[in-house]
Ligand binder design. Structure first.
Ligand code: LLP
Length: 460
């Protein structure tokens, strides 16, 4: 049909790397991922931590992908094949990680509201359990007591616990993305640590295996992060000494590294904005490395659990232009994707760069790029300088919403009975000399159908 995707110039995802023309039975909106970018991002993290911490100080490091950023199993599989751990927040993420084949010992179960059944599953799978509160510890001890009666579960004990410390810092990010300080529901504050450790010590079937802190998300500079690493290490040293704890196994410094969503905007000739340097995984590793030697016990693993910075820039949302309209002085480009596929602009006033796939030869004007959802919050971009499309008759004017790999597909909505889009991976196929021969597309998620959405309703 006329809705099938057909453009001739190719998707741009990586700078200087235009991808082959793309014709498909699939329709827009469509998430298009670069498999190469995903792998590069992961290996960059892994190698940076090995170089800055493991090789310099002999301290084991692991990257633990925060599944919440994007739960596409193909992503998880790719990371897992390269030695990635996973950080989870509930039973479903645990079951997914298990299905991919990640061992329980390489899973960190976070979350401020765990159900008893989730704690049970985490114990049975030998995950690290991140203790977020007094009641979370209490529930864990209750379940552990019950399960240890079972002879066949003997190897699951002692249960390995981490304490999530809520440091009194502010990540200096959007209020919804800050996860530390008194205003936040996460973790335990300094004044509760002793009580929780005493409870852990009184029960030999659980053990304090380490500490966790996660400052917040979309972090643009590492100064506060640096403070937090320093403070956490100090706190760990003093706590270990005070409680006579001989050894801990792991410290998890959380995720949170931002990505430069505005990089494409600042690179255009029209932009007056200087390009901001964002901290890289290597910078992050260096910040941690600067403090780890102060640890009293060096026989510990260092873990970070990034989400966005592993997957954010790996994906574009392809969308088709439906039409052009004007209300007063305001120009709108109406496209076929919406807040349902990319809710971040509406929720956090987030910027996602938007460009035409094929440049149009015409003059520029300011546009709001909006979707078809019945809400004024349904916008993808505001006041963007874009070319005025001339010929809409061919029904094949496409735009790309950039950097939608994190928290877009995983936060997609069925509002207005929008069906969730298909997802494709673009993979470079190499010939025997390792020269790129071609790019191939493969489907990694089928488009959702009306039947899929309605499947659980009893009268459909
Ligand atoms: N660890 C913990 C305990 C977290 O809560 C999070 C994210 C991460 C790691 C991963 O953070 P990242 O590296 O992705 O920044 N929906 C929001 C982001 C919510 C982040 C939630 N926690 C967004 O679209 O920006």
């Amino acid at each position: 049909s006329n809705d099938e995707i057909d453009f001739s110039k190719g998707v741009f995802m990586e700078e200087g790397n235009k991808l082959v023309p793309f014709k498909s039975q699939l329709t827009t909106p469509l998430y298009v991922y670069s498999k190469k970018r995903l792998l590069t991002n992961f290996l960059n993290y892994k190698k940076s931590f090995q170089r800055e911490i493991t090789h310099k100080f002999g301290i084991d490091t692991n990257i633990s992908y925060s599944i919440k950023a994007n739960f596409n199993p193909s992503i998880l599989k790719l990371f897992h094949q390269n030695g990635c751990w996973a950080s989870l927040v509930n039973k479903n993420e645990l079951l997914l990680a298990q299905k991919i084949g990640i061992k329980g010992e390489n899973l960190i179960f976070n979350g401020n509201g765990k159900k008893l059944i989730e704690i049970e599953l985490a114990i049975k799978n030998k995950c690290f359990l991140n203790i977020d509160s007094w009641f979370n510890l209490n529930d864990t001890i209750k379940i552990a007591k019950k399960l240890r009666q079972n002879e066949s579960l003997k190897s699951c004990f002692p249960v390995r616990l981490l304490l999530r410390i809520n440091q009194n810092e502010n990540a200096n990010v959007h209020q919804y993305l800050n996860t530390s300080g008194d205003e936040c529901k996460f973790g335990i504050r300094d004044d509760q640590i002793d009580e929780l450790i005493n409870i852990i010590k009184a029960n030999d079937f659980v053990q304090l295996s380490g500490f966790h802190s996660h400052l917040g998300s979309t972090i643009k500079t590492l100064d506060i992060y640096n403070e937090c690493v320093k403070n956490l290490i100090q706190l760990i040293n003093s706590t270990i000494e005070k409680h006579n704890i001989e050894t801990i196994e792991l410290i998890n410094f959380g995720g949170g590294l931002g990505i430069n969503y505005e990089k494409f905007a600042s690179r255009t000739s029209m932009s007056s904005k200087p390009e901001i340097e964002f901290p890289t995984p290597s910078d992050l590793a260096k910040v941690i490395a600067a403090h780890v030697t102060k640890l009293k016990n060096l026989n510990v693993k260092i873990v970070v659990e990034p989400g966005r910075s592993l997957v954010g820039d790996s994906c574009i949302l392809l969308t088709k232009l439906l039409g052009l309209k004007k209300n007063g002085n305001k120009n709108f480009l109406v496209v076929d994707s919406s807040m349902c596929e990319c809710i971040r602009p509406c929720l956090y006033s987030a910027y996602h760069h938007i460009e035409y796939l094929e440049p149009l030869s015409s003059t520029n004007e300011l546009f709001d790029i909006v979707g078809p959802v019945c809400e004024s919050g349904d916008f993808l971009g505001k006041d963007r300088l874009l070319q005025i499309p001339k010929n809409l008759n061919d029904n094949h004017v496409y735009l790309a919403i950039m950097d939608v790999g994190a928290y877009c597909s995983s936060m997609a909505l069925n509002y207005n009975i929008h069906t969730k889009p298909a997802e494709v991976f673009i993979e470079e196929i190499h010939d025997t000399n390792e020269k790129i021969t071609k790019n191939e597309y493969f489907l990694t998620r089928n488009p959702e159908s009306l039947e899929d959405v309605m499947a659980c309703f009893t009268e459909f």
